[in-house]
Design a protein around this ligand. Structure first.
Ligand code: G6P
Length: 611
């Protein structure tokens, strides 16, 4: 989390940085700030959103051709002006922005305090900055050298950008664990946490790797490792256009992204799924088919919504491929002493490809000899690069903090992987295989139909928007969808919501049911449908308010429900890709009805690059 932007070149730096920060605001919006270098170093920073900073700078002298900017998701120190980035070194000579956490900052701070340093903020960033300042002063070395020495002592994750009052053209940058992309223009360079602030200026970028240091000037980019050896920058071309990161007439990115799903799912299937010939083309899977087919176990690691996609995949892979699957929170997996046996395959799922816990969990599993298969949305991201093989979801940039289109893209990819393995293993009948291929192909059209009825979900949202709690229930394939529905509602509308397996209600949560508690059933027709209907009866008998997501043509569930929303029929393997859509819409409409900024829910950030 935290977004960083830097520019050096002939343009006015401030507008480039400001626009970039707005694009990166999904990474955190506790405070924002810029440091500009023009006859002196000026730092402007403010608690709140980038727009607040922009407003406070009206009328100020922001002229400069070099600068750095930051949008913060607070870790060390509460969100206020003082803790906002950029920070200035004690000497007043350096300004720095940072994304990540310096874990041993307390020890370094103690050392610096004993040397007489004082601190203006509570941040780990200011400690690292003064540490660099102290090394430069003490060793009488260049800034580049001081950064290198400091980073060798640092434990934790970082992407840092520094500018020096005495060197008005150069930005020094370095990363470990937190992302950094450098855009190469003609006589200018752009630096950012992801490519979105860069694409309108250049499509040529370099993804900086861990333990690399960049010395960036308008017409020069030097990459080095921490051993001071030069590295040839690997330039890649961005495959993204500007329209993909703009709202395109929608009020919020979240709504745009929900409505994009027919297209994003289609894009994910396109070129891979060939129903007529009964094939799925996925080079990443084909190259590792022997290992996948013969895996004694598949371990799925992910966080948040991606973890929910992993839970659906557990059902699908066990059902179709007969391979035991475990789904782990990356944050738990990395700190346990997990048993990873020879031949085990890890599937790492991540929208951003930058989630710190998932990234570290991958490294840990790699050390134990596992094969890593990445299911990632962001092309060229750290997780994509850390995986042995993988498949992109091709959902396009997801900017709304609540994940929507990435989830259905992940399910599309995971379903295709499962189908390919099952076919190769012979654990699926030809008829079911063909049928599921056809079902997958039909998803975009069915999602379209659901979206045409979005107004019906809006009406339900209006009715329940003032609830203080909600339960989301499902069984089988729809149980992870219930979890996802509850997560969406709590993150966007701040309503306390819990997802539960419907049958578990009787072991505790049914005690919560009252005449005012909305209970959302994800009850599309599947092999457990009758059981779910019984669970609905149990809620109705206790006068709970039942909202059901059902399959078109279901005549029983409506008699037990206060409100229903019907989705087109689909095989139970595919159904989560449909049943999740009304739940995404429900949280969106509840959140907006309550007047919340659904694209930037409080306390959250989209790309969680700290543990
Ligand atoms: C954050 C986001 C979620 C996302 C999760 C995992 O919490 O707000 O929407 O599901 O991170 O992120 P990833 O990029 O790894 O899928």
């Amino acid at each position: 989390m935290c977004g960083i932007v830097g520019y050096t070149g002939p343009r006015e730096a401030y507008p480039v940085i400001l626009k970039g920060l707005k694009r990166l605001e999904y990474r955190g919006y506790d405070s924002a700030g810029v440091a500009l270098l023009n006859n002196g170093l000026k730092v402007y920073k403010k608690k709140g959103k980038v727009a607040d900073l922009e407003e406070s700078l009206i009328g100020q002298d922001v002229h400069a051709n070099i600068g750095i900017g930051h949008t913060r998701w607070a870790t060390h120190g509460e969100p206020n002006d003082r803790n906002a980035h950029p920070h200035l070194s004690a000497s007043g000579r350096l300004a720095m922005i940072h994304n990540g956490i310096i874990e041993n900052y307390a020890l370094i701070k103690k050392e610096l305090l004993s040397k007489g340093y004082t601190f203006k903020s509570d941040t780990d960033t200011e400690v690292l900055l003064n540490f660099i300042d102290e090394i430069q002063h003490h060793n009488e070395c260049s800034l580049e050298e001081a950064v290198r020495v400091a980073l060798k002592r640092v434990v934790g994750a970082y992407c840092i950008l520094l500018i020096d009052k005495e060197d008005p053209h150069t930005i020094i940058a370095a990363r470990k664990g937190s992302p950094l992309v450098i855009g190469i223009g003609k006589g200018e360079h752009f630096l950012a946490s992801d490519a979105t602030p860069i694409i309108e200026y250049t499509k040529e970028v370099v993804y900086v790797n861990d333990y690399e240091l960049a010395i960036v000037r308008p017409d020069e980019l030097i990459l080095k490792n921490l051993g001071n050896e030069k590295i040839t920058p690997y330039v890649t071309k961005l495959d993204m256009d500007l329209a993909a990161i703009e709202k395109g007439g929608y009020e919020h990115f979240m709504l745009k992204e929900i409505f994009e799903q027919p297209k994003t799912i289609y894009d994910c299937l396109r070129g891979r799924l060939d129903v007529a010939n009964g094939t799925i083309t996925m080079a990443g899977v084909e190259n590792y088919m022997e290992q996948l087919k013969n895996a004694p176990r598949i371990i799925i690691i992910a966080c948040g919504t991606s973890w929910h996609a992993g839970l659906v995949a557990e059902y699908v892979i066990e059902d179709l491929c007969r391979i035991p699957v475990e789904v782990e929170y990356a944050s738990e997996f990395r700190y346990r002493n997990p048993v990873v046996n020879k031949g085990d395959v890890i599937i790492a799922i991540s929208q951003s490809g930058e989630t710190a816990d998932t990234l570290v969990a991958i490294e840990k599993a790699k050390e134990q000899g596992a094969i890593i298969f990445g299911v990632v949305n962001a092309v060229g991201s750290s997780i994509a690069r850390a995986s042995h093989a993988g498949a992109y979801t091709h959902s396009g940039p997801e900017i709304g903090v609540a994940s929507t289109k990435a989830f259905t893209g992940q399910l599309a990819v995971l379903n295709m992987i499962a189908l390919k393995i099952a076919k190769a293993k012979g654990t699926i009948s030809d008829e079911r295989y063909k049928n599921l291929l056809g079902e997958l192909e039909a998803v975009p059209e069915k999602v379209e139909t659901i979206l045409e009825n979005a107004a019906a979900v809006k009406a339900i949202a209006e009715k329940y928007k003032d609830s203080s709690d909600a339960l989301f229930l499902g069984r089988g394939y729809n149980f992870p969808v219930a979890l996802e529905g509850a997560l969406k509602l709590k993150e966007i509308s701040y309503i306390h919501a819990e997802g539960y397996p419907a049958a578990e209600m009787k072991h505790g949560p049914i005690a919560l049911v009252t005449e005012i508690l909305p209970v959302v059933f994800v009850a599309t027709k599947d092999s457990y449908h009758e059981k779910v209907v019984s669970n609905m009866q149990e809620i109705k008998a206790r006068k709970g308010r039942v909202i059901s997501i059902i399959t078109e043509g279901d005549t029983i569930s409506p008699t037990l429900s206060d409100d229903i929303f019907a989705v087109p029929p689909a095989d139970e393997v595919i159904a989560p890709m449909l049943s999740v859509i009304p739940l995404q819409l429900l949280s969106y409409y509840v959140g907006t009805a309550k007047g919340y900024n659904v694209d930037m829910p409080r306390n959250l950030a989209k790309s969680v690059t700290v543990e």
